[in-house]
Design a protein around this ligand. Structure first.
Ligand code: MSK
Length: 657
């Protein structure tokens, strides 16, 4: 692992806005994750996954292959248990989010939550059909109530299988049955994972890890998928829209409210409150020209996709936004929120407002969201920010803003490729089969201060699109690409000619922003749809596709990685290897899973190696499918000189001219 300690600020990020504010933070005497990482040398035993803290006979640090814990646990057992517990934690986080959305839909349908109506009836009907719920001739709220009840039941179900596993290719569903990893209920698999990894229960690393796959599948095809679907039903399915990104979206003459965390409810309510004419008038009465909303992390991705609210940045921008001195309130709910925000806020005028009954933060104001009447809480928070506007002192807003296009839900992608009446993925499948698009890659996940912010994300994305790989992104990875213009059609200039041709024809960027972290479930859906469209095999594992998390840091990322592997994908994680202390566990996740699931998980710190492995896998999958051999530069503009082979008879121009 690259040691990122003691680096000059310049090397901690490739983002000039972050670089500018790191200098300001240093000048202001404020510590950030970028500076704290210098002081916190990672424990190499914990980092490599072989420190066991599952009981208090230890902790046991199993530094050699033949080391044993006090109970006799081997390094492989410890590394497997640690990985499995992280996956259970990540699955719990996303799935608890999904549960709350299901309960909200139930409240809207039965009238106990006020101020909402169903935003996307078509999606409601489609989800109802997938859940086996009758829709013909029924009132919308009755359908919504049945959908919500079935969704809630998926969390606590003790027997049978999750409802939405039926979206996966039939062959994949068979594999899950054969391996007994089709999740019964979302909660049940997480609880069983925690039970099995407590002291003195399951010690067979392969068996432990198999259950981690089951818990992760419960997240991907259960909790996260329900979160995505039901949020679309309540707040609307994203459709492509233009937006802006980076710290330059903050405004000096308006009240700045930054929304950070994950759940769409809070951010949607803040958006609604900030548009209330009375509230706007109140802001003007305090000398502000208006109310300017922006976001961090996935709250941001949710409101960007549905409301066009600009992200102020990704994970590592959360403290830097406050360092600008112009954030009047940062409003947070759950997940990826630094405890240090309260300290940073105390050095400036910013009010940090915690809103979830699940997450109190010492030093933050606590205004819990009233789930029965959330708009009133949102108005209270916006007023608090307005009252704080006159308290600003010195400030510095970096000038950096980039344009972007977001909102590529799987529904929009089908629409974009076939229109309203014939929405389809056929042109995408054909482009892959012909070799215009070499393959697909999902490049997702966080920033990690142990790596240079955004460097691996953007390097990998640029290399892939150059090689005609269509990239889809979610979470902080998508925000990273957005900051450097990669979510714009103009970025096609950096793509290979085949991908350029498709992008120009359809009018898309080479990198499609598919949403927040729970929206990784949209990628599962689109991969299943690509299989169903035909011509690219009969399972996700047949597709020339790879999943990558270049700068991950969260348990949730590990859960996502495992549900993609269990769905048949080759997944590569960057930055560091949390199981490097056990070659046995590495072998299970790479080779044994490949045999059993035709998917595998590898850790590779070097971004160039990640690209190499990705392209090699895509080529290997293309060959296995018997597709036209991918040749770079084969497709060129009419009249343009070819980069491939000017004399080749097989040379083609876009329209065969
Ligand atoms: S927010 S999990 S830092 S992607 Fe979904 Fe970003 Fe990773 Fe949190």
């Amino acid at each position: 692992m690259e040691d990122n300690t003691k680096k000059a600020p310049r090397k901690k990020t490739i983002d000039p806005a972050a670089e500018q504010l790191l200098k300001k933070a240093e000048k202001d005497g404020v510590s950030t994750a970028f500076s704290r990482v210098d002081e916190m040398k990672a424990c190499s035993i914990g980092l490599s996954g072989i420190c066991c803290k599952n009981c208090w006979m230890g902790p046991c640090r199993l530094i050699k292959e033949d080391s044993r814990g006090i109970c006799g646990a081997t390094p492989a057992t410890v590394a497997a248990r640690n990985m499995a517990r992280a996956v259970a934690g990540g699955s719990a986080a996303h799935s608890d989010h999904g549960r709350d959305v299901a309960l909200m839909l139930r409240g809207i349908a039965d009238g106990s939550i006020s101020g909402f109506q169903i935003a996307d009836e078509t999606k409601l009907n489609n989800v109802a059909a997938d859940l086996g719920i009758e829709t013909e001739g029924r009132a919308i709220n009755d359908i919504a109530l049945d959908v919500a009840n079935e969704a809630v039941a998926n969390f606590g179900r003790q027997e049978g299988e999750l409802s939405l596993l039926n979206r996966a290719p039939a062959k994949r569903q068979e594999i899950w049955k054969k391996l007994d990893i089709a999740p019964r209920g979302v909660d049940r698999e997480i609880v069983e994972m925690m039970h099995r990894t407590t002291m003195g229960v399951d010690t067979d690393p392969e068996h432990v890890l198999m259950q981690s796959l089951k818990a992760a599948l419960g997240d991907g095809w259960g909790g996260s998928m329900l979160a995505t679907d039901l949020q679309d039903i309540i707040f609307g399915t994203p459709w492509a829209r233009r937006g802006q990104v980076n710290l330059g979206v903050l405004k000096e003459d308006e009240v700045n409210i930054v929304m950070h965390g994950h759940e769409a409810l809070l951010s949607e309510m803040i958006v609604a409150a900030s548009r209330d004419p009375e509230i706007i008038k109140y802001a003007e009465s305090k000398g502000a020209k208006g109310i300017n909303l922006s976001g961090i992390c996935c709250s941001s991705n949710e409101t960007l996709a549905r409301q066009g609210v600009p992200p102020a940045g990704n994970f590592l921008h959360q403290e830097l936004a406050i360092v600008t001195g112009v954030v009047d309130a940062m409003v947070v709910d759950v997940q990826c929120i630094f405890q240090a925000l309260a300290d940073v806020a105390s050095s400036y005028h910013t009010k940090l407002v915690a809103t979830s009954h699940k997450a109190k933060i010492p030093g933050a104001e606590y205004i819990p969201l009233d789930e029965k009447n959330p708009i009133e809480t949102a108005k209270q928070i916006v007023r608090l920010a307005i009252d704080n506007f006159p308290n600003r002192k010195d400030y510095e807003i970096p000038p950096h803003v980039s344009e972007l296009i977001a909102g590529f839900s799987h529904e929009y992608i089908r629409y974009m490729l076939g229109g309203e009446f014939r929405n389809t993925l056929r042109p995408l499948n054909d482009a892959i089969m012909e070799g215009r698009i070499m393959g697909l890659a999902g490049v997702v996940g966080c920033n990690n201060p142990r790596a240079t912010q955004d460097a691996a994300h953007t390097y990998i994305v640029r290399e892939l699109i150059k090689n005609d790989v269509l990239v889809v992104q979610t979470g902080c990875g998508a925000i990273a690409s957005a900051k450097y213009g990669l979510l714009l059609p103009e970025a096609m200039a950096e793509a290979g000619p085949g991908l350029q041709e498709i992008g120009e024809t359809v009018g898309i960027p080479p990198v499609l922003h598919m949403g927040s972290c729970v929206d990784n479930s949209r990628i599962l859906t689109i991969l299943s749809d690509v299989v169903a469209e035909g011509g690219l095999g009969d399972d996700i594992s047949d597709l020339p596709a790879v999943g990558i998390a270049p700068e991950w840091m969260s348990e949730k990322a590990l859960a996502i990685g495992e549900y993609f592997v269990a769905s048949g994908a080759y997944v590569i994680f960057g930055v560091l290897n949390p199981i490097s202390g056990s070659p046995v566990v590495e072998d299970i996740m790479k080779n044994k899973w490949q045999e059993q699931l035709q998917g595998r998980l590898e850790f590779e710190a070097d971004p160039a190696e990640i690209v190499k492995k990705t392209l090699a896998h895509i080529k290997e999958r293309r060959a296995a499918l018997g597709l036209t051999e991918y040749k770079p530069g084969k497709y060129v503009r009419i009249g343009a000189p070819t980069a491939f082979d000017a004399n080749s008879k097989s040379l083609q121009t876009p329209h065969g001219a």
